[in-house]
Write a protein that binds this ligand. Structure first.
Ligand SMILES: Cc1cc2nc3c(=O)[nH]c(=O)nc-3n(C[C@H](O)[C@H](O)[C@H](O)COP(=O)(O)OP(=O)(O)OC[C@H]3O[C@@H](n4cnc5c(N)ncnc54)[C@H](O)[C@@H]3O)c2cc1C
Length: 466
């Protein structure tokens, strides 16, 4: 590996690899630098003693026909049709997910439902308030009772901060246009022309897990190098241009020079890697932005199937994980024959007590709670695997934008640096958005003009097609 590259791509998740894929097709000399020993980042599939699991089941969905075409071409022979059926498990009962208020009201019984509807009506009569937080938004659209029952505990479990500190920007992106009155009207008018949102009941999934998408992209990037096990630690710059990137690889350092740089590594880490250092206010802003981390615990079970569901959301605080999925329900190739697994997602901050627990302890508490919920029996558990995933969710705290914009303003002064992807841009991107930012960044280098900040701005509830 010698000489100058046309483009250096930092991070081999879907954003970085999509950029490298586009540039490779255009015959550019590209190098991809990735700290992990495998590609895919958050969208990788872990293989453990014959079992396979995603870091939280990953369902690919896009409204962008070009991205859909690329994915279908890359995985043409490997896609299987998977049934989508998700539920919320609470108070020993299943409720529909995404939450359908009418189903929730029926499940909660007459007394509680009457309270919810009255409370919601009171909320509608109140004068309009400024919507700043997730709590403001949900209370305004669903009432406080429903917020307390379904949203509060789950959201606080996911984000680790109270709902009045989570920015409304996040929730409005995900469930815009939905409210209790719309949901009730939709349910009542079901027999009429105004049909409610149609749920996507089936989806295409790579037979051997979502990680195959990144692996296929990597195959297409060859013969350009994808350097695995190389942690970027420094970017040197002068006169508004990045000059080189230095990465640590086991016991040696490598320095790569390129004309352009595309970064998908965490936004806040990148700032701290710049040499010379950015001004004090930029470093301060970087220390104020946080990601939420996650721990994935897969429990292998000695029977063919436990549930028939894709995802199960578990809001109650007494259960320490927030969601489980059974990879076998996504594709039967995810477990050895006659066996299955349940994969639990814990949300936490790295360094917390949960993060520092041993793998054996995490496996044990997961198995115990799965038993308490009635999913498995102790004697059926045959193995476990724990994966700690840093920087899984950009944490959109109320007021985060101030800090975000300080950093963005500083980084955008580098004329040959582009930021892409979920962690790279500190945006709540899904896989298709991450890919789109990578492809557009590559095309900018090829002479087109795309504003990457506009990707994933036409927010709509992505779980549904209207
Ligand atoms: C639990 C969970 C479930 C999800 N489910 C879905 C879903 O169902 N559908 C969907 O569309 N999306 C889903 N997503 C979102 C999806 O995972 C992301 O949108 C996508 O993987 C982001 O890709 P990326 O390339 O932007 O970022 P990443 O995957 O984070 O890639 C960044 C890469 O940079 C590397 N890196 C970091 N630091 C360095 C360094 N110093 N040097 C070198 N390399 C470095 C990382 O190892 C990583 O490989 C989910 C996310 C999570 C956390």
């Amino acid at each position: 590996m010698s000489g100058k590259f046309s483009v250096a791509v930092l991070g081999a998740g879907l954003a970085g690899l999509s950029a490298a894929y586009t540039l490779t097709k255009a015959k550019k000399r590209v190098v991809v630098i990735e700290k992990a020993s495998q590609v895919g980042g958050l969208s990788r599939t872990v293989v453990h003693n014959g079992f396979r699991f995603d870091l939280g089941g990953h369902r690919f969905f896009t409204k962008n026909p070009e991205i859909e075409e690329i994915v279908k071409n890359l995985l043409s022979n490997e896609l299987v049709l998977s049934k989508r059926s998700s539920k919320i498990f609470m108070r020993g009962k299943y409720f529909d997910y995404p939450l359908k208020p009418v189903n929730a009201l029926l499940g909660l019984g007459m007394r509680e439902s009457a309270k919810i509807v009255m409370d919601y009506s009171r909320e509608r009569l109140r004068s309009k308030r400024r919507i700043v937080s997730l709590e403001d938004w949900v209370v305004a659209n669903f009432g406080r009772e429903l917020f307390n029952i379904f949203f509060k505990e789950y959201s606080e479990k996911v984000w680790g901060i109270s709902c009045d500190r989570i920015s409304a920007e996040w929730v409005a992106q995900r469930i815009r246009g939905l409210s209790l009155s719309v949901a009730i009207k939709d349910a009542l008018l079901r027999i009429n022309h105004r049909r409610p949102a149609t749920l996507i009941r089936e989806f295409l999934y790579p037979e051997k897990g979502i990680g195959r998408l990144a692996e296929r992209l990597m195959e297409e990037v060859a013969p350009n190098p994808v350097l695995l096990g190389c942690r970027v630690k420094r970017l040197t710059h002068a006169n508004g241009r990045i000059l080189s990137v230095t990465a640590q690889n086991c016991d040696s350092e490598i320095t790569v020079e390129a004309d352009s740089y595309i970064s998908s590594i965490p936004f806040t880490s990148l700032v701290k890697m710049l040499s010379p250092e950015p001004p004090e206010d930029v470093l301060r802003a970087a220390s104020r932005l946080r990601f939420r981390d996650t721990i994935i615990v897969a429990i292998m079970v000695n029977k063919p199937r436990v549930t028939s569901l894709s995802w199960i959301y578990i809001p109650e605080k007494k259960i320490p994980f927030g969601r489980i999925h059974e990879p076998n329900n996504w594709s039967e190739a995810m477990s050895p024959r006659g066996k299955t697994s349940l994969v639990a997602e814990y949300f936490c901050f790295s360094g917390e007590k949960l993060w520092n627990m041993s793998d054996a302890e995490l496996a044990q508490i997961t198995a115990e709670h799965l038993e308490e919920l009635g999913f498995v029996k102790e004697k059926e558990v045959i193995d476990a695997c724990v994966v700690r995933v840093p920087n899984a969710y950009p944490l959109l705290e109320v007021g985060y934008r101030r800090h975000y914009e300080v950093i963005l303003d500083y980084l955008s002064r580098f004329e040959n640096l582009q930021l892409v992807g979920r962690t790279g841009m500190f945006r709540y991107h899904n896989m298709d958005h991450a890919m789109e930012t990578g492809i557009k960044a590559a095309r900018n280098i090829l002479g087109e003009r795309h504003d990457l900040l506009t990707v994933n701005c036409t927010a709509e509830y992505i779980e549904e097609v209207r």
